[in-house]
Design a protein around this ligand. Structure first.
Ligand code: GSH
Length: 222
């Protein structure tokens, strides 16, 4: 497949890094274009993702696709080598179910709990994380022995959310993880993966960015 592959991303974005991780796992060469999403979005980004105006945007042979999970599915269907999803339709559907659970449930409840710092939101986050803990019974990664689609989507649990908590001096995920040995082990395996390591932004830079962007002065009062 000789057509041009481009990723419009942001260095700090876990969503952009999901796409880069999938491409690296499949050994696909791509051009990376850094977007200043919180300063000035480029005309090209607005043209390619007029609905959400967010990164990542994946452009294959000039054709844009937005939303990291949709992009990952496209990559998987286009480049069949080194699959990241199971082949069987049922197992594939389950992987997509858990990927969506991570994006639509776990991520929002962690953000909500971090903002409110109240018991109810904390409990909701704990419950979502315990559900993930159950999924890891007898497994190294969500997909089994090798890192796959669900692990890629879960990247924020291992790196970005703990960094955000450190930057903002909140302990939601960090506290829950102490009670969740499988998820803690999963974080460890994920972070130790040689290709994952290539996609993690430098910690000090990330902490400084989170502090400046989302620090106390920028948080809603409740
Ligand atoms: N659901 C999207 C989320 C993408 C997203 O939130 N991107 C952020 C950067 S981490 C962004 O571009 N924000 C710019 C904005 O909100 O205007 C995905 O999975 O790709």
């Amino acid at each position: 497949m000789g057509e041009k592959v481009e990723v419009f991303g942001a260095w700090f974005s876990p969503f952009s890094r999901r796409v880069e991780l999938a491409l690296k796992l499949k050994d696909i060469e791509y051009d990376y274009i850094e977007e200043e999403v919180y300063k000035k979005k480029s005309d090209l980004l607005l043209k390619f993702n007029p609905v959400y105006k967010k990164v990542p945007v994946f452009v294959h042979a000039g054709k844009p696709i937005a939303e990291s999970i949709v992009i990952l599915q496209y990559i998987e269907e286009t480049w069949k080598d080194n699959p990241i999803l199971p082949q069987h339709p049922y197992h594939k559907a389950l992987a997509l179910f858990w990927a969506n659970f991570l994006n639509d449930k776990v991520l929002p409840v962690l953000i909500k709990a971090r903002r409110s710092r109240e018991g109810k939101e904390r409990e909701e986050a704990g419950e979502a994380l315990r559900t993930l803990e159950e999924q890891l019974k007898g497994k190294k990664f969500f997909g089994g022995e090798t890192l796959g689609f669900v692990d890629i989507v879960a990247n924020f649990i291992a790196y970005w959310s703990p960094a955000m908590e450190e930057a903002l001096d909140v302990q939601i995920l960090t506290t829950e993880l102490q009670k969740l040995p499988r998820l803690t082990q999963w974080c460890h395996h994920f972070l130790q993966h040689p290709i994952v390591k290539q996609t993690l932004p430098p910690k000090t830079q990330l902490l400084a960015f989170f502090k400046s962007q989302f620090g106390t002065n920028n948080l809603p009062s409740k």
